[in-house]
Ligand binder design. Structure first.
Ligand SMILES: Cc1cc2nc3c(=O)[nH]c(=O)nc-3n(C[C@H](O)[C@H](O)[C@H](O)COP(=O)(O)OP(=O)(O)OC[C@H]3O[C@@H](n4cnc5c(N)ncnc54)[C@H](O)[C@@H]3O)c2cc1C
Length: 485
């Protein structure tokens, strides 16, 4: 029996696993499971064009967002397949709301959604289906730390149980990276705790190129909650309903930056907020919702209303908000079949750079992308015909306790990424920050033989450096890479 190992518990990994032949033995490296994934948090939905006319418009919208850096062939392929994908999900018993919604950058309403928690509902159903399959081994509390490359071929990976510190090499005919994005590299982000850039870092260490890593997309309004790991997005539609951005003195600062003020395009709003926060040394600005009708708030934004209530902001009629790292547009370089340059190694989902997004992602194209390529890879022959062998080797355990200097290093990296490779970037500051990342890199290597967390942090630093180098090399502002002088 052939063996495939897949890293991840998000929709890319789960849909791939569900579509893979049951003749293949599958190991899923899961961390804590689906709930720590970004997929679980996806709210808006999946961009789907239902007819040929709309396909052309959807392609045009995607290319405009990507600012000339998309791969047009990939854009066409993914979008032309989108209605077939929707049919497959419906055939699996998923019920989408009858009226698609419209999001920024889309010419028409084409976002297929399930209430305002699309990712959660998709994951719960597909996960329940996957659990019934006999060919899948679910490895909980386990993380991948390193790819095993022999004679230029990926033969498997090293995994570690983070409760016990036990480590082993697991060999397989094919390895699939579905480890998601890297929002957790930033002090402010909207992502789940599993999105920390480790998969991309592992691939980089194995010699795979990471492409388009300068393009980290930021969401303008995440609820700012001091000392809480909960990430709550405040949808742009809430500003559409009348909520207004104000600084800590109550001043409507966006009026000075764009005629549409708080309703300016997403990137301009993020930039305006970030500059205001830097100027006033504040950790957030406010979203004043005193003009939003309460009935409308409760009815149209039930998830947000509940979160505002829990946060204690309802009576103040304003929510502290900050922009935050949201989506990794680039990633592990793959061809149209999700194959990397190393035989035996594949990448799907947010960790992969397929060429769909270019310099900026069109909203709700990411779920579409991951479903398309997960399905294509699961049905491709190459994933099942590699003949690299299977097996396991126990390794020396690692210490699971995390030394305080490593936690401090992790926090320092998040602050550095936020201030130097965040919403707006400056050449001098980026060079200086890259130097600091190099120092962290050299230091972490010393800890890696002993501490499991050091291995993970080492992979994260590799991804952070890839973002830094890519940002430094891009001399012009484009897409979500914005320079200031
Ligand atoms: C708040 C929010 C809202 C969003 N809304 C939408 C939307 O409406 N529409 C849309 O198209 N996109 C949306 N996105 C983006 C979209 O959700 C993600 O791009 C997509 O879900 C990524 O899926 P994935 O399977 O590739 O990765 P994820 O779902 O992030 O899963 C990655 C998995 O890999 C695991 N993992 C990571 N490293 C390791 C390791 N070393 N070892 C083992 N496991 C590991 C993680 O724990 C996780 O389980 C949103 C994102 C966020 C954060």
């Amino acid at each position: 029996m052939k063996r495939v190992v897949c890293i991840g518990g998000g929709l890319a990994a789960i849909y791939f696993s569900l579509l893979l032949s049951e003749e293949v033995e599958l190991y899923l490296i899961l961390g804590e499971g689906p709930e720590e994934s970004n997929s679980y948090l996806a709210k808006g939905g999946i961009a789907v064009s239902l007819d040929i006319e709309d396909q052309a418009a959807h392609i045009a919208d995607t290319l405009v967002a990507g600012a000339g850096l998309c791969n047009p062939q990939i854009v066409k392929e993914v979008i032309e397949n989108s209605s077939r994908l929707l049919q497959d999900l419906k055939a699996r018993g998923l019920y989408f709301d009858p009226n698609p919604s419209k999001e920024g950058g889309h010419a028409i309403a084409r976002i297929q959604h399930i209430s305002d928690q699309t990712g959660k509902f998709l994951l719960e159903k597909l996960w329940a289906d996957l659990k019934k399959r006999k060919n899948t081994h679910f490895l909980y509390h386990t993380v991948a730390t390193q790819l095993i490359i022999e004679k230029g071929i990926c033969k498997g990976l090293t995994i570690a149980n983070y409760l016990e510190g036990t480590c082993k090499n697991i060999f397989a005919d094919s390895v699939v990276l579905a480890s998601g994005g890297c929002g957790n590299l930033y002090a402010q982000h909207t992502n789940g705790i599993g999105a920390n850039g480790e998969g991309a870092g592992m691939a980089k260490r194995a010699g795979i190129a990471l492409q388009d890593m300068a393009f980290i997309q930021f969401h303008p309004t995440k609820m700012f909650l001091e000392n809480k790991s909960e990430n709550i997005l405040v949808t742009e539609a809430f500003r559409g309903a009348g909520a207004i951005l104000r600084d800590n003195n109550g001043y409507e600062f966006m009026k000075d930056l764009h005629p549409l003020a708080s309703l300016a395009p997403r990137d301009i709003v993020s930039l305006g907020m970030f500059l205001k926060m830097e100027e006033t040394q504040a950790k957030h600005v406010y979203l004043d919702f005193s003009k939003v009708d309460t009935q409308h708030f409760m009815r149209s934004f039930p998830f947000l209303f509940d979160a505002v209530k829990r946060g204690g902001f309802l009576s103040h009629e304003k929510i502290p908000v900050t922009p935050a790292a949201h989506y990794q547009c680039g990633g592990v370089d793959v061809d149209g079949n999700s194959a990397t340059a190393i035989p035996g190694l594949f990448a799907i989902g947010e960790v992969a750079r397929t060429g769909l997004h270019g310099a900026n992602r069109l909203a709700s194209n990411s779920l579409l992308e991951l479903f398309h390529f997960a399905a294509k890879l699961a049905s491709s022959e190459i994933i099942q015909t590699n003949n690299y062998g299977a097996g396991e080797d126990d390794l020396k355990p690692l210490i699971v306790e995390i030394p305080s200097e490593l936690l401090q290093m992790e926090n320092a990296i998040k602050e550095l990424m936020w201030h130097s490779f965040g919403i707006c970037r400056n050449a001098g500051q980026m060079e200086k920050a890259l130097g600091e990342l190099e120092v962290f890199h050299a230091t972490i290597e010393y800890f890696e033989a002993t501490y499991l967390f050091a291995k993970r942090l080492g992979n994260r630093i590799e991804t952070a450096k890839a973002i830094a180098n890519a940002a430094i090399q891009r001399k012009e502002s484009i897409g979500c890479h914005q320079l200031i002088h």
